[in-house]
Design a protein around this ligand. Sequence first.
Ligand SMILES: [Fe+2]
Ligand SMILES: [Fe+2]
Length: 243
Amino acid sequence: MENRLIAWFGHRYLDVLGSIYIYNEHRGYTAIDRVMEAVLLRASDDAEFIAAIGKHRTDERKHYVMFRRWFELRGTMPLAVDRTFGHIDRFIEIMFRRSIDQLDTQAIVDREELFERLCRVISLTEQRGFKQVEILLKNRFVREDRALTRIFEVVHKDEPSHWEPYDQWLKQHARREPKWWERLVDTFVHSELLFLKLPILFLNPRMRRRTDWPDAYENNSAPALTPNLNTVSKTSQLAVPKT
Ligand SMILES: [Fe+2]
Ligand SMILES: [Fe+2]
């Protein structure tokens, strides 16, 4: 009885965790498209920065594809979480008082202080992601799922290269590092997600699932090489019925 309860808990926990992650990975690369728009207008001659952002976009897309594959092997669609579960969504909403999709690219191009703010938000979000993955790689439910562990190992390896270009841009342009209050907003967004939203999602039996994939209507080129999840999937499933 106790084992079944733990198995149910683990299954639900990974379901919720995977749903939040696939949302955030998808949001990650679609938000970078907005950043790229601004960079191409502002600093089209900065080839190194543009290449680094391009790699960042490719990585986030790769992460998304890995989570999608994980759900496909699990035989379920992700829970239909929206932007209230997105770290970067909340962070940008607080820092810019508007959603990512409403960000005014032209204003960011025209006003350097907005662009540097955006760089700090992205850098802090990526650093937060790195720390969170370190914690998750020690989580017993994650460790029992070999495919998911492999995904988080890839994310963990990629993450430092995601904040470095933005930190470097700030340094090269003699712009300040994040201040204590910006770190505080990041901590608030993270705590709100972890201690309030995640438990509510976990306990909500009526939460519906997505009926399509977040990238269903996008025109993405073939995903970058991903680890072969097929080879580890069979042992990674917890022995509980699919919901
Ligand atoms: Fe990612
Ligand atoms: Fe990242």
